[in-house]
Design a protein around this ligand. Structure first.
Ligand SMILES: NC(=O)c1ccc[n+]([C@@H]2O[C@H](COP(=O)([O-])OP(=O)(O)OC[C@H]3O[C@@H](n4cnc5c(N)ncnc54)[C@H](OP(=O)(O)O)[C@@H]3O)[C@@H](O)[C@H]2O)c1
Length: 310
């Protein structure tokens, strides 16, 4: 049972999701939070990770550390994405098990599910088909992490949960020109087009693939919710329950900012999977719901972006 004074280790506390989890847990009275900087412990180093967990004995490990990126980075750095993710999660999950840590939350993403399956995608459809090529190495690492948690739960009676969110957005997102996710890229392109008085923005691919997005604090609140909840299942989807095409998102952001740019489509860039809307009925059946609407989330994200970049 996780209590307010339980010791909670957040791996990846400086990242987009990890920092939101830190903020939400702290705000809700969980102040015994353990973190470690990458300079001190690179999570790829098995010995250092095992020793750190053994020495600190947390009651719960939250894995928000990973090698993460958008379609370009996933496709270009295929080797790094599979190796680093497998290594980081193996070190943390097995290290937690070796030190008797009973509770763990592992994060992955909706790209674990195959192409061409029924939407919205329920957890039962994991491994029911072929993965989309551009993020296959990343997805395979994440699926291995889920199966590691599930197998330890069965063999060692651990309480290791795997939360699979859709695309997220919000503070501390990655706005790198090539390595970011689509939504961060749209926000950046539109805000800079406004600032630089441009006539158009360019989007990658046809703009037709549909994507579901969730404000990052909603994922952090799902983490808080499920770390305290007993669940039968290891794998639980987390999403907003709605998806729109990438082109529609571009138009929604422009409308929100009261600007209108021509949308040029760079068809040399891949589209990725056509649609990956998650079925979130399982999370809802345990009483969790997303709470931050698109307009509110977008407003907070734009304010945060302007503070850091413009
Ligand atoms: N962003 C999304 O849309 C999204 C959606 C759903 C789920 N998720 C999941 O949430 C998790 C976190 O994603 P994110 O978007 O928060 O990514 P992020 O912002 O890149 O954060 C990842 C964190 O992990 C750290 N890290 C990576 N490699 C490390 C290493 N070898 N040693 C120590 N620390 C290391 C990074 O530190 P450095 O930056 O210093 O390397 C960073 O602080 C991932 O598992 C991802 O699948 C993300």
């Amino acid at each position: 049972m996780i209590k307010k004074n339980s010791k909670i280790f957040i791996a990846g506390h400086n990242g987009h999701l990890g920092s939101a989890i830190y903020r939400i847990l702290y705000k809700n009275g969980y102040k015994n939070i353990l973190t470690v900087d990458k300079k001190k412990i690179n999570l790829l180093n098995q010995t250092k990770v095992f020793n750190f967990i053994k020495k600190n004995k947390p009651n719960l490990v939250i894995i928000a550390a990973a090698k993460v990126g958008g379609i370009y980075a996933n496709n270009k750095y295929r080797g790094k994405f599979i190796y680093e993710n497998l290594q980081i999660q193996n070190n943390l999950i097995h290290g937690a098990y070796l030190s008797g840590v009973k509770n763990l939350i592992f994060f992955g993403s909706s790209c674990i599910y195959p192409e061409g399956i029924t939407k919205p995608i329920s957890e039962k459809l994991l491994l029911s088909g072929t993965l989309e090529y551009t993020n296959e190495p990343y997805a395979i690492a994440k699926i291995a992490g889920i199966k590691l948690c599930e197998s330890y739960n069965i063999e060692y009676k651990t309480n290791y949960k795997c939360l699979m969110p859709c695309n997220s957005y919000g503070p501390k997102d990655n706005y790198h020109n090539k390595n970011s996710h689509f939504f961060a890229a749209l926000i950046k392109k539109i805000l800079y087009a406004k600032k630089d008085k441009k006539k158009y923005i360019e989007i990658w691919g046809s703009g037709k693939p549909k994507r579901e997005i969730i404000y990052v604090d909603d994922i952090a609140m799902a983490c808080l919710y499920f770390m305290k909840k007993k669940t039968k299942e290891t794998l639980i989807n987390i999403g907003s329950g709605k998806d729109y095409s990438i082109e529609t998102y571009a138009k929604k952001i422009m409308k929100h900012l009261n600007v209108k740019f021509k949308i040029k489509k760079n068809k040399k860039m891949p589209d990725g999977i056509k649609r990956k809307l998650l079925n979130i009925n399982l999370a809802k059946s345990y009483g969790w719901r997303p709470t931050i609407g698109f307009k509110e989330g977008l407003d907070l994200t734009i304010k945060d972006f302007k503070k850091s970049f413009i």
